[in-house]
Design a protein around this ligand. Structure first.
Ligand code: GDP
Ligand code: MG
Length: 601
């Protein structure tokens, strides 16, 4: 194969618009995989689900006009949290299929992936999917695509990834519209590392895009990032599983195995070159930054070593998670993990619970704040490290919080509701426009605004969905840091602070949040033999208070003369919960109380 016969592309789409289905169809139409009677290839579909849909990279052969082409599909994750991965995958592509659901129309992530692809200079092929649906409105959606992206309606392909209609047009368009990669066979080897997997048997497998030169088995290479040297033990293409080949040519995408022992050696975005032939590393590649942090603790503190092992194992396959040991007087030993976003956190948590096979306590998610001191700036993601008082402290100049630029696309009739939602979450620079001719039924509107990241990490997405009857789509991008009036709120039980419960909140919300939390605590903390004040405080100010009245009766008092077995059972239960008691000050708290409080945040 020469470069001229290679096409590198990805499929970009809002979630559920049919990316995986189309990927499967393309692999099937080129004979790369075989479908079962239901039209599904379980293996590939399962693989797609693995690891938060990390996306398969599939190489396929396609013949047109007696010419054989090698088409390389580099799949990209569809979710906002992984936009960094989207752009890294795009480095290996020259074109992208922009897939839009013909009944749903353009959604928030259609926009963000479109912009990412255009910034990278990719040739975009617009594709309307699901035209088999009775609710499909191709003309209307094409008008939207014209108004939002400036795409000519005549350039839009009509397909159904489900029935297979139009798939051959897609293959033809890939060959005809996407330019071949440029690269010199004779040039010095330059390979871009864009993904890596961990194989139990072969160790680290890296996915690379050859920019220049030819890579062969046995070649000795160097990482620009670490300067470590390796020897290629195996290389090949993904067809769709790994198929060894003798070499990888410029413009080709494939996998390599070299003697990398640890996943951490495979730096995403790294450039590899031949030993003795240095090249300029690929520019402008920022690694992902963790933006959402949470503490993770075992429910049973004895299980910490097991939890630790599970966390270490999972981070082998998902290295965008940052990890740090942490301990808390209430929750014991644990970890503070950093994630790309809240969805990323949910996915990881799910995987952790599966792997670890037990319940874990995940503390309220926080974002990295910047505390600007006289002489330095500290990034703080743990409330414990946040200054107790900002305004009166001469050391702290100001605090800043990360903000995002948010885009919401929603049917016009929900626009007001969405604006209210944004304002409730401290939105600024709110703006909107209509996508299409006004007056039309169920016209779409696009709302943009800036929001503090902290406002969207908890339940913003759930509220957005429920208050728009599921119709709103949402995406956001990093918009830097902004000065903010933030305070640290602590909770006191019997005048003793409970560190695991500390929060960083905006001043305007301190009253309502303080009151809400003391009420919740009052509900879940069992009464003690003495009166317990439950307080929320900011600095020295008490914001809210509830009092837990004293408990006097003996637990077994009412059981005297009653059934002996019942009494024994009661004592047994009591013993059971004693085991999980945590002592805060003089107050005994069942671990479950923390679990209740922290999991409902
Ligand atoms: P992804 O999230 O973009 O990967 O979307 P999927 O490929 O998982 O598809 C989302 C849903 O849409 C699935 O239930 C698919 O079966 C369905 N789907 C995908 N393409 C079509 C299509 O052309 N027609 C119809 N009717 N359904 C489709
Ligand atoms: Mg999918």
């Amino acid at each position: 194969f020469s470069c001229d016969n290679i096409r590198n592309f990805s499929i970009i789409a809002h979630i559920d618009h049919g990316k995986s289905t189309l990927a499967d169809r393309l692999l099937e139409a080129t004979g790369t995989i075989k479908m079962d009677s239901k039209g599904l290839n379980r293996q590939v579909l399962d693989k797609l689900k693995v690891e938060r849909e990390r996306g398969i990279t599939g190489n396929m052969f396609y013949q047109q006009n007696n010419l054989r082409y090698l088409l390389n599909l580099i799949d990209t994750p569809g979710h906002v949290d992984f936009s960094w991965e989207v752009s890294r995958s795009m480095v290996a592509c020259q074109g992208a299929l922009l897939l839009v659901d013909a009944s749903q129309g353009v959604q928030a992530q259609s926009l963000s992936v479109f912009h990412a692809a255009r910034e990278r200079g990719l040739k975009i092929i617009p594709v309307l999917n699901k035209i088999d649906l009775p609710t499909a409105q191709p003309d209307r959606v094409k008008a939207q695509m014209h108004s939002i992206f400036g795409i000519e309606p005549a350039d839009v392909l009509h397909i159904s990834a489900k029935t297979g209609e139009g798939i051959s047009d897609v293959l033809r368009a890939i060959v005809e519209r996407i330019p071949p990669p440029s690269g010199e066979t004779t040039g010095k080897l330059k390979a871009f590392l864009f993904d890596s997997l961990y194989d139990r048997y072969r160790g680290v497998i890296s996915l690379v895009s050859i920019q220049d030169g030819v890579l062969c088995k046995g070649d000795r290479i160097v990482s620009c990032h670490t300067r470590k040297k390796y020897e290629i033990t195996e290389l090949g293409i993904m067809h769709p599983e790994e198929v060894p080949t003798a070499q990888l040519l410029p413009g080709q995408v494939g996998y390599i195995a070299c003697n990398m022992k640890q996943s951490s050696e495979a730096h995403i975005g790294d450039t590899l070159h031949r030993v003795g032939y240095a090249v300029e590393p690929m520019p402008g590649f920022q690694p992902a930054k963790a933006m959402v942090f949470a503490g993770i603790y075992p429910v049973e503190s004895n299980d910490f070593p097991k939890l630790e092992e599970s966390i270490k194992r999972l981070t082998l396959t998902d290295r965008s998670v940052t990890i740090q040991r942490e301990s808390s007087s209430a929750l014991g030993q644990g970890y503070r993990l950093g994630f790309l976003g809240s969805l990323h956190m949910d996915v990881f948590r799910q995987r952790l619970e599966d792997e670890y096979e037990a319940n874990i306590i995940v503390t309220a998610p926080t974002v990295p704040y910047k505390v600007v001191y006289r002489d330095r700036t500290a990034v703080v993601s743990n409330p414990t490290d946040f200054p107790d008082i900002v305004e009166t402290s001469s050391q702290v100049r100001e605090v800043q919080e990360p903000i995002v630029k948010a885009t919401i696309i929603v049917p016009e009739e929900y626009l007001g509701e969405m604006m209210d939602l944004c304002f409730e979450h401290r939105a600024e620079d709110v703006d909107h426009r209509y996508l299409g001719t006004s007056g039309e039924a169920s016209n779409r509107a696009m709302l943009t605004c800036t929001l503090p990241l902290s406002e969207i990490v908890a339940d913003f997405f759930d509220k957005l969905k429920s208050r728009s009857s599921g119709f709103a789509s949402f995406d956001y991008e990093d918009a830097g840091y902004k000065k903010s009036n933030l305070v640290k709120m602590i909770f006191l039980l019997n005048t003793k602070p409970v560190d695991a419960l500390a929060l960083i909140v905006h001043r305007s919300a301190e009253q309502s949040i303080g009151r809400m939390w003391v009420k919740k605590l009052h509900k879940v903390i069992p009464r003690q033999l003495f009166e317990v004040p439950i307080q929320a405080a900011v600095g020295k100010r008490i914001i809210a208070r509830e009092t837990l009245s004293a408990l006097r009766a003996d637990v077994t008092a009412g059981l005297y003369g009653g059934h002996y077995e019942r009494k024994m059972k009661h004592l047994e239960n009591q013993k059971e919960s004693k085991r999980k008691m945590k002592r805060v000050g003089r107050v005994d708290l069942p671990q479950e109380a923390f679990f209740d409080i922290l999991s409902t945040r």
